[in-house]
Design a protein around this ligand. Structure first.
Ligand code: COA
Length: 373
């Protein structure tokens, strides 16, 4: 098949998976056969992490044991703290996590694949710790204790950020957001992780590479870019005019469109509901109405729908989360999906090495250096 027809590998089936369906006829978005709406409404994030890793929902005892285990893994090694302190304050937090993942791979290397679940749990437990340790050290000059005893990742994250355990609405909102971001089949970062895993490289290399892929604004970075866009406008009217102008200049509107979904992103309805609820709580009269206006214009003008990143932006803002920490939250969640894919890749491995359609020059005669133009 020519590259023209498969630009960006769109529509190409690049492997098999039993983890997730995205936009599949009659299924929609599912994790291990469970509909995303059921999981968002009923599960906690750790239940979903367990489901992705083990292929089944945990029973009550398994869930308690898993949450306790993750809780016990939150403390950071002293060497890693020292590295985080030396990473400059103006570094993008995605680069901090990329470094943190790699350093942990030096300090606690995965010596053989039988330790892969331990490596996955450790990264799941420590990504919020790394991020908030670095953030609080540079923002407030504080060396925070990352071993809080909040039950879940969402509470742990917000507690470290705000120095106090969160209220139930904020905890549950972030918990649900982590569920929505946990897994999405062969997206760019997951595929990156699988390509690295397929060379039989180590777990931390696969995750470090995935973070690099997620960082870009066409992938995870879109939630930060969406916030910057929304904040440019003071009112829905200004937003409508601004978006019309941007579309006329053929600019990309971040947080809209999707490679696989064609009519809507099933995660958006949940995010929109949660953003509206937090807007009401905060008495917001700007960010939510501006977001809704942008969504309206994008649909009217381009038939483009908001993806998972669009309402995440205002939602996170209402919880007092700085914009630069938005994409890192995606990492704190997607580590679960990446890990599941590394396990799956390794269980039936084949080196991933596609071919390319050559477009360069034909065979040419060699010319010595002093005879060249
Ligand atoms: N804003 C404005 N126009 C957009 C758009 C957006 N967010 N997303 C797609 N389009 C337009 C493209 O310009 C293109 O128009 P054209 O045919 O006139 O050239 C058309 O829609 C098809 O888009 P294309 O870029 O070919 O789709 P894709 O499958 O390669 O890209 C995305 C998918 C997600 C990369 C793309 O929609 C995008 O860049 N969105 C913004 C970033 C984002 O939110 N990323 C997070 C994804 S979850």
């Amino acid at each position: 098949m020519s590259q023209k027809k498969t630009g960006g590998l769109a529509g190409v089936v690049a492997g098999r998976t039993a983890i997730c369906t995205v936009g599949k006829e009659g299924a929609g978005l599912t994790y291990r056969g469970y509909d995303i709406d059921d999981l968002a409404d009923n599960a906690c994030f750790e239940e979903v992490a367990y489901l992705l890793h083990h292929g089944k929902l945990p029973n009550a005892g398994e869930l308690t044991a898993y949450r306790d285990r993750l809780k016990s893994l939150r403390a950071l090694p002293g060497e890693l703290k020292r590295v985080l302190e030396s990473v400059p304050a103006d570094t993008h937090p995605m680069d901090v996590l990329r470094t943190g993942s790699s350093v942990l791979g030096n300090l606690e290397p995965e010596t053989d694949f039988s330790g892969q679940r331990d490596a996955a749990d450790r990264l799941l437990a420590t990504f919020p710790s790394m991020l908030l340790y670095w953030h609080r050290f540079h923002a407030d000059g504080k060396r925070i204790d990352t071993a809080t005893d909040d039950d879940g990742v969402a509470g742990h994250f917000l507690h470290m950020l705000h120095d106090a355990p969160p209220g139930e609405l904020h905890r549950r909102t972030l918990d649900t957001s982590l569920i929505l971001y946990a897994e999405h089949e062969f997206n760019a970062s997951t595929f990156t992780a699988r390509v690295i895993a397929a060379t039989l490289s180590d777990f931390h290399s696969a995750i470090t590479g995935a973070i690099g892929a997620l960082r870009g604004p066409l992938h995870g970075g879109a939630n930060e870019a969406a916030m910057e866009l929304i904040e440019r406008f003071d009112s829905p009217r200004a937003a409508e005019q601004g978006i019309h102008e941007m579309l006329a200049r053929r600019e990309l509107i971040m947080g809209f469109g999707h490679r696989v979904y064609t009519r809507s992103d099933p995660r958006n309805a949940v995010n929109k509901r949660m953003s509206r609820r937090l807007a009401e709580e905060a008495g917001d009269e700007r960010l939510y109405p501006v977001s809704a206006a942008i969504e309206r214009v994008m649909w009217e003008e381009k038939k483009l729908f908001a993806n998972a990143d669009f309402y995440s932006a205002s939602m996170y803002r209402f919880m007092g989360i700085p914009t630069s920490l938005f994409t890192p939250i995606f990492v704190c969640s997607r580590i679960t999906g990446w890990s599941a894919h590394v396990f799956e890749q390794r269980a039936d491995n084949k080196l991933i090495r596609p071919g390319a359609e050559y477009t360069g020059p034909g065979l040419r005669p060699w010319a010595p250096v002093d005879e060249r133009d």
